[in-house]
Design a binder for this molecule. Structure first.
Ligand code: ATP
Ligand code: MG
Length: 645
């Protein structure tokens, strides 16, 4: 049992880990690395300094000193520095750990102090002018190491100096006096030895205190800055996560998808093992699991959750984020045993609140006890607020499309029922008009023809309504769409309207400005026929005698553009925005022709959109109208071979 293994690809956790420890770690390491290389640079000067000073003392001053030993120390300093330089370079290339740099720094300090002590001993011990160079080492140690270590090191320096001095004083260590440097031998003068040692010790302690206090203060400031930048980074990460969640969740209106994306992105963003959403059912009592990420089926089906009696649900639905740090022991849990079996230790439960009350509960689960803090509570509250909006939008959209479907279904059924009596009436009228039912007088014939015209109009209205409803009830089946040569379809329709246009002395022309004639669009023949039949029939209908109609086709940038241009009555500006609405007819069109359903353009637009195209119109009253249809072209490789030849 337990959690299904989630992939642990928690963006948030990664971010947080790097935010919490990354900055400080990186800074400490960067400081160490730069300190180590700074020490190495300084040491070149120190080594060279020892050699130069020895040479000067030997060549220009008549001071007797163990030149070979002193030069040896200088060379040794340069040699071990070379060793440290290569180790440092390798460590950098390897991206060595902080510990490795730390031990490099310690080894350098140890060798430096050894060299310094030897230098001190061989240049006269208590009489040596080099004694003050110990202070440099003490300062460097106070800069690099924490205050405690710095004090320990400065005590070590005092011990090294005092030890050497005292051993020389007692005669247990040979004294290497600098000849001709001091007029008298002082290393056995107790007062002088005491004076030098006490002044040296107090200076060492005071310098350590001074430097390490300043350094401590700087470190504290640095820690504050690190803390601040961590807080800032965490806040940024959370903001980014919320933004990401609202983008992901808001990218669909499908309720199921919204819920599923919400649980998954929340779990990933918070770096938790699981997330779930329970929504209140219609009765408002039971909380049903609607989306789950990372929980086992057994846990989800553990039992009903009653919104009125389940203590955790009750508290959450009252509008609070509830933090359960130790789930199996919490009195708020209705199913503590199941939670334990699932491995759940901590839970955060947040209400999903809609405009008119609670919608449900968003919950995150983790296998670590005491996993969630105040920030997590605020974070989940923000996610829940975002999620609630997306859920409400999706619910509203679902309700609307269901209503729309019901409406279309109703129209579909009603018009279907009307169709057969209308067509029977039509053929009966035709039978009477043709005289098959006995002699018909001229006057009766005229009345019958008028009745037939009205019945025809009724038939067209029913057909259009059926078209419209059919489009909404049943979507295009993508498989039914195939590459179709648009040019052929348009040519056929233009041919169809040649005679009606001639009757009105209208010039009807078709031009195809395509580089080759292979303009294929993904559609059904029927859909393309309806689209361009509606547009060309309108052009013929709304163009006065002697006018012109031009149907122009061209293909550019992956789409085809068909313009149906006429010199007709035009469309008043105020009517343009209503043109594609069902049953809308502009006033000047109504004046010109009483007949018309106002459904043609609504059907046309619906079809164009289903084919992933778009339709626009430009018009001026008395000048003419142009409808532009843009449809995506089918790429060459998907065209049928026969049509491409
Ligand atoms: P039906 O198509 O049922 O005969 P209709 O033509 O009035 O009726 P639509 O095709 O939907 O309905 O057109 C809606 C309205 O748009 C028309 O009533 C008319 O006002 C305007 N219209 C469409 N095409 C043109 C056009 N080429 N010139 C001027 N007005 C037009
Ligand atoms: Mg029309």
């Amino acid at each position: 049992m337990g959690f299904p293994n989630s992939n642990g690809d928690s963006l948030e956790r990664l971010y947080l880990d790097s935010a919490q420890t990354g900055i400080s770690r990186n800074l400490v390491k960067a400081e160490l690395v730069s300190s180590v290389s700074w020490l190495i640079k300084l040491r070149w000067i120190a080594g060279a300094g020892v050699l130069i000073a020895t040479w000067i003392v030997h060549s220009f001053f008549n001071i007797g000193a163990p030149i070979a030993v002193l030069s040896g120390i200088g060379v040794a300093i340069l040699l071990y520095n070379l060793f440290f330089l290569t180790s440092e370079r390798r460590a950098k290339q390897r991206g060595a750990s902080e510990d490795e740099f730390q031990s490099l720094a310690i080894w350098q300090t140890a060798l430096d102090w050894l060299a310094m002590t030897l230098l001190f001993h061989y240049s006269g011990g208590v009489e040596s002018p080099a004694i003050w160079y110990f202070i440099f080492h003490i300062i460097i140690a106070a800069i690099f190491f924490p205050q405690r270590t710095a004090f320990l090191l400065s005590i070590l320096a005092i011990l090294l100096v005092s030890g050497t001095v005292l051993l020389e004083y007692m005669g247990w260590l040979p004294h290497h006096a600098l000849q001709n440097y001091l007029p008298l031998s002082l290393y056995q003068s107790p007062l002088y030895v005491l004076g030098v040692l006490s002044f040296f010790s107090t200076t060492a302690i005071f310098v350590t205190f001074l430097v390490s206090s300043i350094q401590e203060r700087l470190r504290r400031r640095e820690a504050e800055v690190i803390q601040l930048s961590q807080d800032l980074q965490r806040a940024t990460v959370r903001l980014q996560a919320i933004n990401e969640i609202s983008k992901v969740v808001g990218s669909t209106l499908d309720l199921k998808q919204v819920l599923e994306r919400l649980v998954e992105t929340t779990a990933k963003a918070m770096g938790v093992r699981a997330c779930s959403i329970r929504m209140l059912d219609k009765s408002g009592r039971t909380l049903e699991p609607v989306a789950v990420y990372g929980l086992s089926q057994t846990y989800i089906n553990k039992g009903p959750v009653d919104a009125l009696t389940n203590p955790l649900a009750k508290e959450t639905l009252s509008g609070k984020v509830v933090n359960i740090p130790n789930a199996p022991q919490s009195p708020l849990l209705q199913y503590p045993l199941e939670a334990r079996q699932e491995g759940i230790q901590s839970m955060l439960s947040a209400p999903l609140l809609g405009k008119s009350g609670p919608l449900g509960i968003l919950r995150v689960y983790d296998t670590k006890a005491y996993r969630f803090n105040k920030e997590d509570e605020e974070f989940i509250a923000a996610i829940a607020a975002q999620g609630s909006i997306a859920i409400e939008n999706a619910i509203a959209y679902q309700a609307m499309s269901e209503l729309d479907k019901m409406k279309s279904q109703f129209i579909h059924t009603a018009t279907h029922e009307l169709r057969s009596p209308v067509s029977v009436t039509r053929s009966l009228l035709r039978t009477i008009t043709a005289g098959y039912a006995g002699e018909v007088s001229e006057q009766q014939k005229e009345i019958l023809e008028r009745a037939a015209r009205r019945i025809e109009y009724l038939q067209k209205l029913i057909d259009d309504l059926l078209d419209l409803a059919a489009g909404k009830v049943s979507n295009f089946i993508p498989e039914a769409l195939q590459p179709i040569s648009l040019k052929e379809i348009i040519e056929r329709i233009v041919e169809r309207y040649k005679i009606p246009a001639q009757e009105k002395q209208i010039e009807l022309q078709f031009e195809c400005h395509c580089p080759d004639d292979k303009v294929f669009v993904r559609a059904t023949e029927d859909a393309l026929d309806r689209i361009f039949n509606n547009l060309i029939s309108n052009a013929v209908k709304y163009t006065l005698t002697g006018g012109k109609i031009l149907v122009k086709m061209e293909s550019l940038n992956g789409e085809t553009h068909v313009a149906v241009q006429d010199t007709g009555i035009g469309i008043p500006e105020g009517a343009l925005s209503h043109l594609f609405q069902e049953f809308y007819r502009a006033p000047n069109a109504k004046e010109l022709s009483a007949e018309g359903t106002g459904l043609g353009l609504a059907i046309t637009k619906d079809l164009v959109q289903r084919l992933e195209g778009r339709i626009t119109v430009e018009s001026k009253v008395g000048v003419g109208t142009t409808f532009h249809v843009f449809l995506p072209l089918v790429r060459a490789e998907t065209q049928p071979i026969s049509s491409m030849e």
